[in-house]
Design a binder for this molecule. Structure first.
Ligand code: FAD
Ligand code: EPU
Length: 351
């Protein structure tokens, strides 16, 4: 069936900040073929295009005078099993919810993405910023993705090296920005049964602590790791259904060892995690120390601000505009620059 093009649609239900901006045109696609049909329409060819998943990593600061194409491609399946290395290839349609894929894999007795439980959004957006949390990243289990070229409608497969994954980075945010629509993602997951050699990843301190609180002794199952991650996330990250937000607004900055040492001499409590080429510093710590945690701006008790349990998360308490949130982000960047001489960069896509 030919997908329909709607005009002047509010994007409010489609972004987790809950921002009320209008899209000139809006359409949904449920398959790669429907997407190709849409890409051939004159209105779509002429206009700027935005591929939309769950809208959980977007700050919409103005009406969008183009075409929003919402990805609703479904489907979860095990493509093949490898008995020798005890893995399976799992393919997910790009419009599936990411957490739904985590639950599906656990139900199938497969593990490898349990640390990424409860990350909002779609499967298709996951490779864009190589989603990561609690000691794991998408690239750890990523095998390949299927995409459609916006310009020609041609299909193309990208292997992991071709995706150029980094910390919250991929080639799709840079060299190939806006050129491809991800239509499916294929992961290589582990069969849990021994002797697969797969051990749950509990390197992230808070997971071990939470498992102990849950009374889990010895090696946890992937289900238990998932439950621990869900518990930790619920305790500090606001639920977008209740408070508008897009998760971490900024990336954690990476400093050279020398720059880190200088700052640490001045701020002995500064946390830091070694990464290749330097030290990663939690932006949430810098923002909190600069005095912004829990801050509210706007009329009454405030329409927007900085979350009171996680300073890296900017929130829309209700009624804020994208421009106000962008102004807040700019002020935070300036304050952190002034106090620490560290540059923060948004993680959220600002439009
Ligand atoms: P959208 O917001 O719809 O789109 C994001 C970008 O990707 C846009 O530029 C869009 O054009 C592009 N895009 C989307 N789908 C496609 C596609 N199929 N093909 C091509 N381009 C596409 N992220 C983490 O990494 N780790 C976390 O722990 C984490 N925690 C979060 C917690 C909360 C409460 C929230 C609200 C967000 C969090 N995020 C986290 C951010 C967000 O969940 C991820 O970035 C997620 O992958 C975004 O998915 P989405 O479908 O909502 O993408
Ligand atoms: N911290 C503070 N004050 C705060 C928040 C954090 O001092 O208000 C310091 C603390 O020292 C804390 C440290 O920062 O120990 C790390 O905090 P947390 O574990 O909450 O993680 P984060 O670095 O703030 C990153 C990701 C999250 C991901 C978590 C867990 C980025 C930009 N963010 O946050 O991803 O869920 O780690 O792995 O890397 C997202 O991308 O949207 C996101 C939520």
């Amino acid at each position: 069936m030919m997908p329909t093009l709607e005009e002047n649609v509010s994007l409010r239900p489609y972004n987790t900040f809950g921002l009320d901006v209008q899209a000139r045109y809006f359409a949904r696609f449920a398959s790669a073929d429907e997407l190709r049909q849409l890409l051939q329409l004159p209105e779509v060819q002429a206009a700027e295009r935005l591929i939309l998943g769950g809208g959980s990593n977007l700050l919409l600061t103005q009406d969008f005078d183009g075409v929003v194409l919402r990805n609703e491609i479904r489907g979860l399946e095990i493509l093949s099993e490898d008995g020798d290395d005890h893995t399976a290839l799992v393919r997910a349609g790009a419009g599936e919810s990411w957490h739904g894929l985590v639950e599906y894999s656990l139900d199938q007795g497969l593990s490898g993405i349990e640390n990424l439980s409860l990350i909002p959004g779609t499967v298709g957006a996951a490779p864009l910023q190589n989603i990561g949390a609690y000691g794991a990243e998408l690239r750890d289990t990523f095998d390949h993705l299927e995409a459609v070229a916006m310009a020609t409608g041609a299909g193309r497969v990208f292997t992991a090296p071709e995706c150029g994954f980094g910390y919250r980075e991929s080639v799709f945010k840079h060299k190939l920005k806006g050129q491809f629509v991800v239509t499916a993602v294929v992961l290589r997951l582990h069969r849990q049964a021994r002797p697969s050699g797969y051990a749950p990843n509990v390197r992230y301190g808070a997971i071990a602590e939470t498992l102990a609180e849950m009374g889990v002794a010895g090696e946890p199952t992937p289900h238990e790791v998932s439950r621990a991650v869900v518990h930790i996330r619920r305790s500090k990250l606001p639920d977008p259904a209740e408070i508008g937000n897009a998760g971490s607004f900024f990336k954690n900055p990476e400093l050279s060892q020398a720059a880190f040492d200088r700052l640490k001499a001045q701020y002995p409590n500064l946390p830091g995690y070694p990464v290749p080429g330097g030290v990663k510093v939690p932006a949430g710590w810098l923002i909190e120390q600069a005095g912004w945690k829990g801050l509210r701006r706007g009329p009454g008790t405030g329409t927007h601000g900085v979350h009171d349990r996680q300073a890296l998360v900017l929130v829309n308490h209700g009624g804020a505009t994208g421009q106000e949130l962008r102004a807040l982000a700019e002020d935070i960047i300036a304050a952190v620059r002034q106090q620490f001489a560290v540059e923060l960069h948004p993680e959220v896509n600002i439009l």
